[in-house]
Design a protein around this ligand. Structure first.
Ligand SMILES: *Cc1c(COP(=O)(O)O)cnc(C)c1O
Length: 397
């Protein structure tokens, strides 16, 4: 589905047996505190009382554990501190809209209906990222089950408010205690959870669903995020560390995000979001275009969902193909760009209102009835269970 598998079994001998969700053990905190008020809480700063840990050592996966949220104690020579043996995922659990409405009316919930959005996709991508780092395989359905049980355990921390969610961060780190430059022979897979509000908090008085704020982009011509044959298609922490300086420079110059280009000035991604353009082609066709999954683009779950929704609408051409920043700038000059947006789990969609390229600024249209907003609402409605969809996986607790 993502990148080709590169014979891991050769590296580690025969593949180890997966951990299983049925072996899960739980150690719970005695008096977990209530969910704090979410207003004004910055993204990823508040965590639930528990976490998942699954350790791999001596060629074997151990049993999954739900344990109290706590610091790790690792020796300074641990692999992940030196050689970036780290990858992660970002996914969310959402309260069902019917439960949100009940809570708003002051009713008590006897059962909670919580939804995960396409968790199989996140777990498959984690497997792929771990494979890139020579970490051992596991059975995807077992990790999905463990995550579901974790969500059930932390059900009271899934905010019961539209636009809010419980952000889940599955992570794998190399824990081998050696400075030797080899694949880490031991791994810790863990999952932490953080109640979050809308990525771009709505203006006072507006509801969470209206929370979309346009961003200003700087086309980055010096630094690269990803290149052919590199690791840009995997969700590695290293892919985030590399771009930080370019991102800071863009901030200092007054831009929100960097638009990354490939070796031939192909349009790649924006910050850590996939990027879409809706435009009129020179031939006069309306086309929604995004870069292809050629290994330099992160295969976003939101990206895939937007492509599937747009193809389902059948209102315009939908293309995954390379296009160049010069084409985008030319289309902006000729008034052919209808809108541009970034997309990812955190913000869902981020419309773009300005593009800076070679010292010039180009206004990007942000129409009132945008497809950006339409994608946002269709996806939110699936995530909160307003629109039934096989993408929405119910976890009842
Ligand atoms: C995580 C990520 C995305 C978005 O992926 P989603 O699955 O939609 O959240 C896009 N680009 C990069 C570089 C990412 O790391």
């Amino acid at each position: 589905m993502f990148l080709s598998r590169r014979g891991l079994s050769k590296l580690v001998g025969s593949a180890p047996a997966s951990f299983t969700a049925s072996a899960l053990t739980k150690t719970l905190v005695a008096n977990p505190p209530p969910l704090p008020p979410m207003k004004g809480v910055a993204f990823g700063t508040v965590f639930t009382p528990h976490m998942v840990i699954i350790d791999y050592a001596d060629g074997k996966w151990g049993a999954p554990q739900i344990v109290p949220f706590a610091n790790f104690s690792l020796p300074p020579q641990t692999s992940c501190f030196h050689y970036a043996t780290e990858c992660f995922e970002g996914m969310k659990a959402y309260a069902d809209i019917a439960d949100i409405e009940k809570v708003a009316k002051g009713e008590k919930l006897t059962k909670q209906h919580i939804r995960l959005f396409r968790p199989d996709k996140n777990v498959a991508r984690l497997q792929d990222s771990m494979h890139t780092l020579c970490m051992p395989p596991f059975d995807a359905t077992e990790l999905v089950k463990v995550i579901e049980e974790f969500v059930r355990t932390e059900r009271d921390y899934v905010p019961k408010e539209f636009g809010y969610s419980l952000y889940l961060r599955p992570t794998a780190i190399g824990t081998a205690e050696t400075l030797s430059v080899v694949p880490s022979s031991s791994v810790r897979l863990f999952v932490i959870a953080s109640p979050v509000g809308p990525y771009y908090p709505p203006p006072e008085g507006e509801s969470g669903s209206a929370a979309i704020k346009p961003v200003k982009l700087l086309v980055e011509e010096k630094h690269k995020r990803a290149w052919p044959g590199g690791t840009g298609g995997s969700k590695l922490g290293a892919n985030y560390a590399g771009p930080m300086l370019a991102q800071e420079e863009a901030h200092e110059r007054g831009y929100d995000q960097v638009l990354w280009l490939g070796a031939k000035d192909e349009v790649q991604e924006v910050g850590s979001m996939n990027f879409f353009t809706l435009w009129k082609t020179k031939a006069g066709k309306t086309e929604l275009i995004t870069a292809p999954l050629d290994g330099t683009i992160l295969p976003g779950v939101t990206r895939a969902s937007i492509l599937e929704l747009a193809r389902g609408w059948g209102e315009f051409e939908v293309s995954e193909r390379s296009y160049f920043v010069q084409e985008l700038v030319e289309a902006l000059q000729e008034g052919r760009v209808i809108e541009c947006f970034g997309c990812g789990t955190a913000a869902i969609v981020s419309p773009v209102n300005l593009l800076a390229y070679r010292g010039k600024e180009y206004a990007v249209p942000c129409p009132e009835n945008s497809i950006t907003r339409r994608f946002l609402h269709e996806i939110l409605d699936i995530q909160y269970g307003k629109t039934p969809s096989p993408w929405s996986v119910e976890v009842i607790a």
